[in-house]
Design a protein around this ligand. Structure first.
Ligand SMILES: Cc1ncc(COP(=O)(O)O)c(C=O)c1O
Length: 384
């Protein structure tokens, strides 16, 4: 059987990883400033993470949600504590798209409504509900068009309020910081206004922190820079450091009942063990503080590179905008300089999403490789 060929892949096979480095089958070492798409939060093959997963797999790796799984309780308790959302409850699933799908369901059950407001440039996942709130027509099949979503520009508050006035909107959903669109933070004014609109028009506020959460931006959730509290928060990616796990943090006003939500795999022993290990490492190694500090250093260093037009983001969620399309640069970085970086839907923007435990030596190495790549492509002093 062949694979269903949906991914344009790099011609690289990785067989080993350690910290911020990954190694290919030929023995080449790569600096990972992409974190496998914002997934690697505590570093590749972290010894404590590996040890606890191995210990757990020897005991029991899976049983369904029909039995008591103490690891689920422990994960929820740790997550409540580290995020400051102790009074919320947690529903555990397996991925980012599922977490958004479940958040939409909770909002819809609660309000009895179905229309959703999402924002231009959004990406929320590839299952039907999450796709319907994703602003990319190329991904949407006719089957996915049956939902009722209204896309609004981030700062178009007049249109937003006009839609809300009809009082038929179930939820407003936004990423904490948009990732796929090229690292866009809608900012304090936006969050403050949408929170007030949600209260005024009895609409649920969902913040998708799948990419921007779990310490990546220097606070546990990116929205915590602002004085707001969403009703539902979705997480995944960094939550398991590569083990598939996602979740919804749910305000106490939502009342659960048996059968309301469910999953076969979500919240199993092994997934929760991965989730617990990640939070323990984040706490023990002060990785949120580290993300903030390292992010500030990178932003400062990038700001003096002449080819860079704009730098966006916070902590270790950084968008670097050039005045030329970055695909060649990305390829030189990967194949020649041996460093992984991400691209985005904006062809001019590179995305940096390294693990939260990088240090200044990783940054120095990254900057050296970036300068080498620029000078290789655009001349000795890096000028185009
Ligand atoms: C903000 C955001 N939400 C949701 C998703 C979907 O997550 P998953 O691929 O785990 O379903 C992504 C994935 O890139 C994302 O960036």
């Amino acid at each position: 059987m062949k694979l269903f060929d949906v991914y344009p892949i790099l011609d690289i096979e990785l067989i080993k990883s350690e910290g911020s480095y990954v190694f290919d089958v030929q023995g080449n070492m790569y600096l990972d400033f992409y974190g496998g798409h914002a997934v690697i939060s505590v570093g590749h093959s972290h010894p404590y993470y590996v040890k606890t997963l191995i210990e757990q797999i020897h005991k029991i790796s899976y049983y369904s949600n029909s039995v008591y799984i103490s690891q689920k309780k422990k994960l929820a308790s740790l997550l409540g504590n580290i995020s400051g959302y102790e009074d919320y409850s947690l529903f555990i699933c397996n991925s980012g798209t599922e977490s958004n799908e479940n958040a939409l369901k909770i909002a819809s059950f609660h309000t009895g409504k179905k229309k959703v407001i999402a924002f231009k440039g959004s990406f929320h996942g590839r299952t039907s509900g999450s796709l319907s709130i994703t602003d990319n027509y190329k991904l949407i099949s006719p089957f996915n068009t049956q939902h009722e979503t209204i896309f609004i520009k981030y700062q178009d508050f007049d249109s937003l309020e006009e839609k809300l006035r009809k009082k038929d909107i179930c939820a407003i959903i936004t990423e904490g910081i948009q990732g796929v669109s090229g690292i866009i933070d809608p900012g304090l004014d936006f969050f403050y206004k949408i929170q007030n609109f949600c209260k005024k028009y009895n609409t649920i506020l969902i913040i998708d922190e799948v990419q921007s959460g779990y310490g990546r931006t220097g606070s546990f959730f990116s929205h915590q820079l602002y004085p707001i509290k969403p009703d539902l928060i979705t997480v995944a990616k960094g939550m398991g450091n590569g083990f598939p796990i996602g979740g919804v943090l749910i305000h106490p006003k939502f009342k659960p009942y048996y059968g309301m939500l469910g999953t076969t795999f979500g919240g199993n022993h092994l997934a929760c063990t991965a989730g617990i290990a990640v939070l323990e490492i984040i706490k023990e190694e002060k990785l949120i503080e580290n993300a903030k500090k390292m992010g500030e250093i990178i932003l400062k260093e990038l700001s003096v590179i002449p080819e860079i037009k704009k730098i966006r983001g916070r902590g270790l969620m950084i968008g670097v905008e050039f005045d030329f399309p970055v695909m060649d640069l990305k390829n030189v970085l990967v194949y020649k300089e041996k460093v992984f970086v991400g691209v985005s839907n904006n062809p001019y923007v590179l995305r940096l999403l390294p693990s939260l435990n990088i240090d200044e030596n990783h940054i120095k190495l990254f900057l050296k490789k970036l300068k080498n790549a620029l000078s290789y492509l655009y001349g000795k002093n890096g000028k185009k």
